[in-house]
Design a protein around this ligand. Structure first.
Ligand code: ADP
Length: 343
């Protein structure tokens, strides 16, 4: 009974006699048996048993090279008869998260250091400057760098909010989402002459979801499509659905993304072309936000692209999110033309 109970533990348990002979292993401790990792683990277990037999409790984390790399926390305690009991815990996930967090903090510091450093230098230059023309130029620069820092902080806050809060669950009209994303695209374009068109689809799709997050995600995709296009290029946005999925597609005719970078553009702070991203004022966080929103809704985001030809991003959501359009309430009925718009 006791051994079947111990078999249910997620932690591996190994019991050894005074002669360092293993007399018991629960199921979790047998996970890696018969593999390369299992052989390495046995060596570590044997060593820690030896050490515990001197009468001390020992704890250490061992790193076993994969791929994937595995980190196991081992601890050993002496037992009264001169033997030892060892526990083994897989802490790989925690180690990976820790490493990611450390990386992230380093990245944030770096990303903020650049504009904040520039602000400091420009402000110092301003103090000694008397030429009105130069003062004006420095001040313009200063405002630009300050805005860059603010944008990064805004995007970080958005990302952390999307990560930490459960998405809302109301009926959202995708036509409205598309329209408000297009409105944002037009602001970003600022009259540069990129054309943004919504592909009219016959069906008006409503899904259960978080309207703000969806607007933010599609808005980021349209914003990128505009930023990485030139005057005269066309950006197409389309929402469609079938039995399998609901898709919002944003296609552009812009610079495109090299194949080798396609997998990485969703990583935080990843940019294909640092110089261009700096020019366009990108934070490198937009696509991480899109991916998070997709995941939060049980979906994903796909990209295909051809350098020099353009890119297509598809936000794909599960079809079971689709709901019937809400019954117009009295107040809605009095202004039916508002249906499908979003402010
Ligand atoms: P950024 O703020 O730099 O635009 P994103 O996370 O939104 O950051 O995008 C990451 C990188 O992916 C961008 O720096 C850019 O190199 C590339 N990218 C994203 N969207 C497009 C697009 N529509 N066309 C070409 N490149 C794109």
């Amino acid at each position: 009974l006791l051994s079947s109970a111990v078999d249910h533990l997620e932690i591996g348990v190994v019991v050894a006699t005074a002669a360092n002979r293993v007399v018991y292993r629960n199921e979790a401790a047998q996970t890696f048996q018969g593999t390369h990792v299992g052989v390495l683990l046995d060596d570590h277990v044997s060593a820690i048993i030896d050490e515990a037999q001197t009468g001390r409790s020992i704890a250490r984390t061992v790193e076993l090279h994969g791929p994937p790399k595995i980190w196991l926390a081992l601890s050993a305690d002496p037992t009264p008869g001169g033997g030892a009991v060892v526990t083994i815990q897989d802490v790989s996930e925690r180690m990976r998260t820790d490493a990611m967090r450390t990386d992230f903090v380093t990245n944030i510091s770096h990303e903020l250091k650049t504009p904040v450093g520039a602000v400091a230098v420009l402000a110092e230059a301003l103090i000694d400057e008397s030429d009105a023309e130069v003062v004006r130029r420095l001040a313009d620069h200063l405002v630009e760098e300050a805005h860059r820092a603010v944008r990064t902080i805004d995007d970080l806050l958005k990302l952390s909010q999307i990560e930490s809060t459960k998405p809302g669950d109301t009926a959202v009209n995708l036509t409205g989402v598309v329209q408000s994303a297009i409105a944002r695209g037009r602001v970003v374009d600022g009259g540069r002459g990129v054309q943004i068109t919504a592909f009219e689809s016959a069906d008006d799709i409503w899904i259960r979801g978080d309207e703000r997050q969806l607007v933010s995600a599609v808005g980021n995709l349209v914003e990128n499509a505009v930023k990485y296009s030139q005057s005269g290029d066309v950006v197409q946005v389309r929402a469609r659905g079938d039995d399998n999925a609901v898709e919002i597609m944003v296609a552009d005719q812009g610079v495109g993304i090299p194949t080798r970078d396609l997998d990485r553009v969703f990583e935080r702070f990843y940019r294909v072309d640092k110089a261009r991203s700096r020019e366009t004022g990108g934070t490198g966080l937009g696509l991480s936000i899109v991916r998070h929103v997709a995941t939060n809704h049980g979906g994903d985001v796909l990209v295909s692209s051809q350098e020099g030809e353009g890119s297509t991003f598809v936000l794909r959501l599960p079809a079971d999110l689709v709901v019937a359009p809400p019954e117009p309430s009295l107040s809605d009925a009095s202004r039916p033309s508002d249906r499908g718009t979003y402010e």
